[in-house]
Design a protein around this ligand. Sequence first.
Ligand SMILES: Cc1cc2nc3c(=O)[nH]c(=O)nc-3n(C[C@H](O)[C@H](O)[C@H](O)COP(=O)(O)OP(=O)(O)OC[C@H]3O[C@@H](n4cnc5c(N)ncnc54)[C@H](O)[C@@H]3O)c2cc1C
Length: 358
Amino acid sequence: MVNTDILVVGAGISGITAARILAEKGKKVLLIEKKSVIGGACRDEFSEEGINIHLYGPHIFRTSNKFVFDFVSRFAKFSNYQHRVTSYVLGNYCEFPINLNTLNKLFNKHTVGNVLDKLRNFSTEGENFEEILKNKIGDDLYSLFYKNYSIKQWLTEPFNLIPQTAAIIPIRESIDGRYFSDTYQGIPEKGYFYMLNQMLAHNNIKVLLNTDYKEIRNHVSYNWLVFTGRLDDFFDKSEGELEYHSVRFELEKTYGTTLPSAVVNYPNDYDYIRRTDYNYFMESDFKVHIIGTEYSLKEGEPLYAVPDFKNQIIKERYDKLVSELPENIKLIGRLATYKNLSMGQCVYEAIKICEGVQ
Ligand SMILES: Cc1cc2nc3c(=O)[nH]c(=O)nc-3n(C[C@H](O)[C@H](O)[C@H](O)COP(=O)(O)OP(=O)(O)OC[C@H]3O[C@@H](n4cnc5c(N)ncnc54)[C@H](O)[C@@H]3O)c2cc1C
């Protein structure tokens, strides 16, 4: 039997943050990862030209929490990159999320005033994603920007999605064309993989790759367990299988032609959901552009919790089991909470749970 103060399962940003904080508290941490490499969903690498490719899709670090940003900034210098997305709608590349520039591009001046008046008077009530969004932005904008994009992303009809997913969607009565409005935004200049390795560089942290929790759980004793794998895996799927969606990327190199913004959403055209030009994330001017084209998959490496009613019911059964776990077992991160948390939220949650570890 191996003994450790802390067993952390999963070497994504959640598990690595927890490992670092607890190591700095003087705890001996054993961090296990079933893959042969650390980084989880925010893993990246550099192309031969030096372009930083986020292997699981564009990853922009964002938070309005100074403590979170100060923490990650200890391990990486962040660029000041401000993310911009356009949506290809009716043959136009429109700023997204919807703002005044978006409306001006699609409607004439007179109509924009009417659209805005309607937006101010719409309600935010509804029983599902589709109802809420139709009530919030009206049928036309919903159909142009969200309906088909949601179908492509979640591979289900939008009325099957829970309302919370729509509640956070912003419509801006300004010309702020940035995708995120968080106080701190950026990308580690040397990449996420570098940053996470810096976080792991502590004498109290031992990392074991190619090690699945299922196979070692009866051979390790610990005072605290921090688990960041799948929620249903932790309970051996006793309450049923949760669906996690995945993505597929096709990378191509182009010379000269590029996208009008770092990411372009294609709600209504083509069978892919979006394309990313990774060059936008770097300050250098490369001749070659690397473009990633993204498709949603039902199966594959688990990346997204599916925010539909069917999975929500199963998740609630697991949440009850989580609430009954002893104090020294913590489930955090995107897979284990079955919530599509951002990296900033993952870091915040890891910091919070570590405060309680004695
Ligand atoms: C396409 C896409 C785009 C995104 N864009 C952004 C963005 O722009 N900004 C942002 O902030 N966030 C973004 N995110 C979210 C971000 O990727 C996550 O918040 C973050 O990476 C989750 O980290 P995690 O450690 O919780 O989970 P993961 O990164 O999934 O790490 C969990 C780790 O646990 C390991 N594991 C699982 N089960 C076991 C087991 N039984 N034993 C051992 N190891 C196990 C896995 O192999 C994995 O390495 C995006 C996500 C996706 C999918």
